[in-house]
Design a protein around this ligand. Structure first.
Ligand code: IPD
Ligand code: CA
Ligand code: CA
Length: 268
């Protein structure tokens, strides 16, 4: 049992408060007011309420830090070196359909590096979290990436882009290539949880393109602190938090999955 740091205590308090609000709304999902934000990208009233709760809790605890939030965008802080990156509800489509697979994602960035991450799944009562150079936990239990080293027996998660035809074609090529080597593919629709599950040893790997930093900032750190590897799909020198093209995996299969994706290459 590890004691929570003051920083993680703050993050957890904010997410637990937002989780109570989201759970109430999830139980009444049919009555939710929804608005369209773009093709296939729905934002619910629950989403905005949760973001406001998280914002207010974090601002109370750390009044000088900045914010990057999915719904409200950027709020500059007095201290430009610290910034919270927040997705108040990852897996919105699942949430709106009553599918119990969605999460809150909160990351803290310091001088351009993610130093703390938390992914909270209120329905399953799981809280995945990590701080830089620490360890990764689900609540108080330590997590490690899985030890499986055979693609044939691996479960690998992915997500499909919903925007252009070109992106869809790229996805289908990648899907076919990975499927040829690893039949256990999954698509659950919450990128933050996909990364958390790699960290928890439930999936051996995950890849997805065209994500936003709030989908993956917390999860990338949690995977690394659980002993996994994460990079941009096309260029190892790039930061996937910036590019949104992410591949993550356990130490045994990360290179193989990366190579398979590289063999397809970026869309032309
Ligand atoms: C989405 C989820 C989904 C991924 C989408 C994201 P949202 O986030 O992470 O798994 O495939 O690209 O936009 O919209 O539910 O917060
Ligand atoms: Ca998201
Ligand atoms: Ca969201």
């Amino acid at each position: 049992m590890a004691a929570l740091s003051p920083l993680m205590t703050i993050m957890m308090r904010a997410s637990e408060k937002a989780a109570r609000s989201l759970l109430r709304d999830f139980n009444e999902v049919e009555n939710l007011q929804i608005s369209t934000k773009g093709p296939g990208d729905f934002v619910s009233a629950a989403d905005k309420r949760a973001e406001k709760i998280i914002y207010e809790e974090l601002v109370k605890a750390r009044p000088d830090y900045g914010f990057l939030m999915e719904e409200s965008g950027i709020v500059e802080g007095k201290r430009p070196d610290y910034r919270w990156i927040i997705d108040p509800l990852d897996g919105t489509t699942n949430f709106l359909h009553g599918l119990p697979h969605w999460a809150i994602s909160i990351a803290l960035e310091h001088k351009g590096e993610i130093v703390a991450g938390l992914i909270h799944d209120p329905v399953k009562d799981e809280i995945f979290h990590a701080e830089k150079n620490g360890q990764a936990f689900n609540k108080r239990r330590r997590m490690r990436v899985s030890g499986r080293s055979d693609l044939l027996f691996a479960t690998i998660a992915t997500g499909a882009p919903r925007r252009s035809v070109k992106q869809r074609q790229q996805f289908l090529k990648e899907y076919e290539t990975v499927l040829g080597a690893a039949p256990g593919l999954r698509r659950f629709g919450a990128a933050a949880l996909d990364l958390a599950y790699v960290a928890a040893g439930r999936y051996e790997a995950f890849w997805e393109r065209d994500l936003n930093s709030w989908d993956i900032a917390a999860g990338i750190l949690i995977v690394k602190e659980a002993g996994g590897f994460v990079s941009d799909i096309d260029d190892k020198k790039k930061n996937p938090v910036d590019t949104g093209n992410v591949v993550a995996g356990n130490d045994k299969l990360f290179n193989e999955i990366s190579k398979l994706l590289k063999s397809v290459g970026p869309a032309k």
